[in-house]
Design a binder for this molecule. Structure first.
Ligand code: ARG
Length: 465
């Protein structure tokens, strides 16, 4: 039996007593880091290829390593690989099996390498692939929102500030606000990817190695954009994981804000939208209930992604250079962040595609809160009044309408003229919801022509499917 397989007894001659089962379980990571197996094999093959090209290992050893790794990949894929807790992590498990399969060539693979630069490489390769999947999911969600916006371009709902009715906005415009958020998330992911996509291999344990490694060649083989140059930093840097978590956190925060609106809007009190039944659940006691579980859970899961970010930052803050075993704790938060974000984005793209909008309820709500009061003030400004005076006059008009229990647009012209003589029949154009919305033609405003333009621009900026 090889040294590696005897790890439960000792690492080497230096150790005089075996690890207890508890310590073994406490220090092992294989149960969770085995998901890095593809990246681990990919990294090993690139390293071995370079070792052979540099004449550090013979060509037949490279061939043996390639053959062994192909079999291991097939074993893992088919579920036939025997993962051993005694072998601690994904790296030692794969290396031990390789040696079992191809003998001494397997033992030469680790020349000029340490698990410290190996694990940093694996996590980066794996995360790069996940970022690409997330980028595609962010595009899908944006597309679903753009379709929903387009279908309901001219539905009008109250825009809120402080959750008080503020000004009418088009539903399409409201959806575009989220499209912008997810577009920024995609930008952030692309930016983080550049720093994820750098190669630690060659740093070895911490100081570099005395073998004549060609780090650039390995980077090229792995399609990485550069090297993590300083060897001490290369093995210990987890900035890339933290940055990714921060970007993922923001994406979840955006989802969470959307969720809050979906929960409110789908309630009986608002009744603005209907979420398709397949995304809701019933109550075990109240037969009339349809609960918006998916947005509620997304709001809740945002908390755990935020927690993972805080966990990762805290993990790093006290670590001296270079590698410390603390770093093994980066994986579970990172994995869970990726899983949570991907599932959430996927389910939201589907759910948003199935939303139906109740225009009547939205418009009725927009008519309730004097949403066009600003339009009346702007109308008076256009008649020559200073804005502050117009604001004051409209406040009186609102007060009077409130007392009569009607909207500003329902006050007869003579009543409105009591507040200012400059008010004419054309005031009713600006007091209507439609008039208010269409007046906001500034770039980024809620007028239909602007929303239509923004939808087209956003669509054009999305990558082809
Ligand atoms: N499982 C370890 C990790 O995730 C791999 C690196 C171990 N390095 C070491 N020097 N013990 O960080």
């Amino acid at each position: 039996m090889s040294q590696l397989e005897h790890k439960s007894q000792a690492w080497s001659a230096l150790f005089t007593e075996p690890m207890s089962d508890l310590v073994k379980r406490y220090t092992a990571s294989v149960d969770f880091d085995k998901r890095l197996w593809r990246a681990d094999i990919q990294g090993s093959l690139a390293h071995a290829g370079m070792l052979a090209a540099q004449g550090i290992i013979p060509a037949q050893d490279l061939a043996a390593i390639q053959r062994g790794m192909a079999q291991i990949a097939q074993e893992i894929e088919s579920g036939g690989f025997d993962w051993k807790l005694d072998l601690e992590d994904v790296h030692l498990n794969i290396e031990a099996r390789l040696t079992q399969l191809v003998g001494d060539a397997g033992k030469r693979l680790h020349t000029g390498r340490s698990r410290n630069d190996q694990v940093a490489t694996d996590v980066r390769l794996w995360l790069r692939g996940e970022i690409d999947l997330i980028a595609a999911l962010l595009s899908d969600l944006q597309r679903a929102l753009l379709d929903l916006a387009e279908r309901n371009l001219d539905a009008i709902l109250p825009g809120f500030t402080h959750l008080q009715v503020a000004q009418p906005v088009s539903f399409g415009h409201h959806m575009l606000a989220y499209v912008e958020m997810f577009a920024r998330d995609a930008e952030r992911m692309a930016d983080v990817r550049r720093r994820v996509n750098r190669l630690p291999l060659g740093a070895a344990a911490l100081a570099g190695t005395s073998y004549p490694l060609d780090r650039q060649a390995v980077a090229k083989a792995l399609e990485m954009e550069g090297l993590c140059e300083n060897s001490l930093d290369a093995v210990s840097d987890r900035d890339f994981a933290i940055e990714f978590s921060a970007a993922a956190t923001l994406a979840m925060v955006h989802i969470s804000r959307l969720s809050e609106e979906l929960v409110l809007w789908s309630s009986q009190t608002f009744g603005f939208i209907r979420i398709a039944d397949r995304f809701t659940t019933g109550s075990s006691i109240m037969p009339q209930k349809k609960n918006p579980d998916v947005p509620e859970l997304a709001r809740g899961k945002t908390g755990r992604v935020v927690g993972h970010l805080v966990g990762l930052v805290t993990l790093m803050k006290g670590q001296p250079l270079a590698y410390n075993k603390d770093n093994q704790e980066d994986k579970e938060p990172l994995f869970d962040t990726v899983d949570t974000l991907k599932d959430t984005l996927r389910i939201f793209a589907e759910m948003m595609a199935g939303i139906t909008v109740n225009r009547d309820a939205m418009e009725a709500a927009a008519r309730k809160g004097f949403a066009t009061a600003t339009d009346l003030a702007d109308y008076l400004v256009k008649k020559g009044l200073p804005f502050r005076d117009a604001h004051e006059i409209v406040a009186h008009a609102v007060k009077s309408a409130q007392q009569q229990g009607c909207d500003l647009s329902e006050l007869p012209l003579p009543a409105l003229q009591q507040f200012h003589a400059a008010i004419g029949q054309d005031v009713y154009d600006v007091l209507s919801l439609r008039g208010s919305v269409e007046a906001r033609r500034v770039v980024g405003g809620t007028a239909t022509e602007q929303v239509r333009r923004a939808i087209a621009a956003r669509r054009a900026s999305l990558p082809a499917r």
